[in-house]
Design a protein around this ligand. Structure first.
Ligand code: PSU
Ligand code: MN
Length: 305
């Protein structure tokens, strides 16, 4: 982590720079969800709405992306809209973030890459939909998201609705525990499963107040433990799709991925698009609702940090 040498590649949007230098709350937002996670124009509307929610809660939103090789910390509206319309954007994680910068490319940052950029900019709280994790069948495919390693090493609080149910949630929790990443479920004793409020797994840790999450993070930092923290925030009951309903849809999407020999970084975007098709748009509606819910909680944590 070298914020000084990174500075030359970064564009800090003016409101974000002002909030950071005044010590005011800032919430980072990822952009793979814009470029690869949702279709246009829903992605553009979602990106605008989450920024508005964060502002309503008294924090400054900072959508992070790479545009023509510049690492953007905070995207002005016109650039955010252009990114939402782009079809050729890369999906950038730790492995290829610097490639996009050195080659002048444009890309959406995943949870891992957004954490890196947020930490470089001095932002400690980040809201997303779901993190990447251990894919089903990882024992043969070895497909484990770089998001998990990033959570272990980079000091940012990631507010999510848990791991997407397309993943193996049990193995994802195991890897997080092994790598020393705290998983805090907000207001529930059960780990949520993205589109659903419940998974079969007990919350490793539970906190009920944003201030308590901020205090826990500060304590970890003060104890020199380093690394990030995952907050799992259950989707509001009114927006959830029950786990049993989702399970059948996921199995169908997974089969389509297998039949189509989809691999590597295409897997997550493929499954999300397939589920949107299978559920007739319901999965997308839930996805948008949970991101909004996470943005609100992240802003409240950021206010207390
Ligand atoms: N959650 C969503 N939509 C997404 C993603 C998460 O609701 O598009 C993205 C995030 O950027 C996450 C990435 O970091 O998927 C994980 O991809 P992979 O499994 O290839 O690491
Ligand atoms: Mn992967």
């Amino acid at each position: 982590m070298n914020p000084e040498s990174a500075r030359q590649f970064m564009d800090l949007d003016a409101p974000v720079a002002a909030a950071l230098s005044a010590g005011k709350p800032v919430v980072a937002l990822e952009s793979t969800i814009i470029t690869h996670g949702m279709p246009y124009p829903d992605n553009a509307a979602m990106a605008a709405r989450v920024e508005a929610i964060i502002a309503e809660e008294g924090a400054t939103p900072a959508t992070i992306a790479v545009v023509d090789g510049r690492l953007k910390i905070g995207l002005p509206e016109a650039e955010r809209e252009a990114l939402a319309r782009t079809t050729g954007a890369m999906k950038l994680s730790r492995a290829d973030l610097a490639f996009a910068v050195s080659e002048g490319r444009t890309g959406g940052t995943t949870v891992a890459a957004t954490m890196i950029a947020a930490a470089l900019a001095g932002i400690r709280v980040f809201a997303t939909g779901g993190i990447g994790g251990v894919h089903k069948g990882a024992e043969t495919s070895f497909d484990i998201s770089a998001d998990l390693d990033e959570l272990a090493r980079t000091p940012v609080i990631v507010v999510s609705a848990g791991a997407k149910a397309i993943l193996d949630i049990e193995k994802t929790l195991e890897v997080l525990e092994t790598r020393g990443v705290p998983v805090v479920v907000f207001g529930s004793d059960v780990v949520p499963a993205f589109w659903s409020r419940q998974s079969p797994f007990t919350a490793p840790l539970r906190l009920d107040e944003p201030a308590a999450i901020a205090r826990f993070f500060a304590t970890r930092h003060a104890l020199g433990l380093g690394g990030g923290m995952l907050v799992a925030n259950p989707v509001p009951a009114a927006d959830e799709i029950p786990a049993e309903t989702m399970a059948a849809h996921i199995a169908e999407a997974q089969q389509a991925a297998f039949d189509g020999k989809i691999s590597g970084k295409e897997v997550t975007p493929f499954l999300l698009a397939k589920l949107l098709e299978i559920t007739g748009g319901a999965s997308l509606k839930t996805n948008i609702a949970l991101v909004e819910n996470n943005a609100r909680l992240a802003a409240r944590i950021a206010r207390d940090i």
